[in-house]
Design a binder for this molecule. Structure first.
Ligand code: Z5A
Length: 260
């Protein structure tokens, strides 16, 4: 398992690694077999469609005989699910960003020790819905915490179990928001989305709505920055396309990453 995070954590660059050339629609049998013992993360802003794609990928990988385990963050263990409730509860509006970051990491530490490391050591493929890349994007890019500080805590939480590949699902914020709540696109009442405290603004005012939107712009930009920072283990797909088109991109980038 690799621990290659680090370097100077500043700046932002566009998604030069977006898979635009959609040629490879399926993964070869040999590509699937190379997933054994590999740790793959699907990540991206809310509404990017990663969960939809994970289900499809999982089905295909299992169909090809791959022993594959799927986890979501925060959560994935009994302790992690309790931490998830704390984090996503709309009651905890006063939660400090540092507390939030540490709770995500605490859930992750438990998940790594209890599930991810044993699965990888047993030769299974691990497919995770979010990982440390989410903390960098949300609590770092969105919340303003230093990426260096987040990575220092992550080194403790992850304890060497870094993903081999992180697939970032990139799309314009408005598209993501409109998927989660069509009212967003119409500029009307936002409502609650996935019990997300950021959106718990039942009497939406423009200032609040704008603040949430800006946050997610920064989240998106941070994911793209990560992909630029660590090109050897990140790939970006254009998640604004149809579900079938995004799936083709996923097959292409994963197949090529683990292929010959
Ligand atoms: N968070 C954090 O801040 N820091 C961290 O370290 C971690 C997480 C680990 C977890 O919420 C929250 O925790 C998350 C980040 C934060 N939210 N915030 N803020 P969650 O687990 O409840 O949800 P999520 O991870 O954000 O995933 P999601 O809401 O399930 O969305 P998704 O996985 O990105 O997308 P989806 O469920 O596959 O699709 C969303 C909708 O779009 C659905 O109706 C689909 O049918 C539709 N969809 C999907 N693909 C397409 C395409 N291609 N076209 C059109 N429509 C589509």
């Amino acid at each position: 398992m690799r621990a290659k995070w680090g370097g100077v954590l500043t700046g932002l660059v566009g998604a030069s690694t977006i898979a635009e050339n959609i040629e490879k629609e399926t993964m070869a049998e040999s590509d699937y077999q190379r997933l054994a013992g590999k740790f793959v993360v699907f990540d991206g802003p809310d509404g990017c469609g990663k969960t939809t794609q994970m289900k499809r990928f999982l089905e295909k990988a299992e169909g090809a005989g791959v022993r594959i385990r799927r986890f979501r963050e925060p959560g994935g263990t009994p302790i992690g699910e309790q931490i998830r409730d704390l984090l996503l509860s709309t009651k905890n509006q006063e939660m400090d960003m540092r507390c939030e970051m540490l709770l995500y990491m605490a859930s992750r530490a438990q998940l790594v020790q209890e599930q991810i490391r044993p699965a990888l050591e047993a030769g299974e493929c691990v497919l995770a819905d979010r990982f440390a890349s989410s903390t960098l994007a949300y609590q770092g890019g969105g919340g303003g915490l230093s990426s260096t500080a987040i990575l220092q805590v992550a080194e403790i939480a992850v304890d060497g179990a870094w993903p081999h590949l992180t697939v970032v699902f990139d799309l314009p914020t408005d598209v993501a928001m409109s998927r989660l709540n069509p009212l967003w696109a119409a500029g009307k009442k936002r409502g609650d989305v996935n019990q997300n405290p950021l959106f718990d603004d039942s009497a939406v005012k423009d200032r609040i709505e704008q603040r949430a939107r800006d946050f997610f712009e920064r989240v998106r930009e941070n994911y793209l920055w990560q992909a630029k920072q660590w090109p050897e283990r990140y790939r970006v797909v254009d998640a604004s396309k149809t579900i079938a088109q995004v799936e083709k991109q996923v097959m292409k980038v994963v197949g090529e990453f683990f292929g010959d």
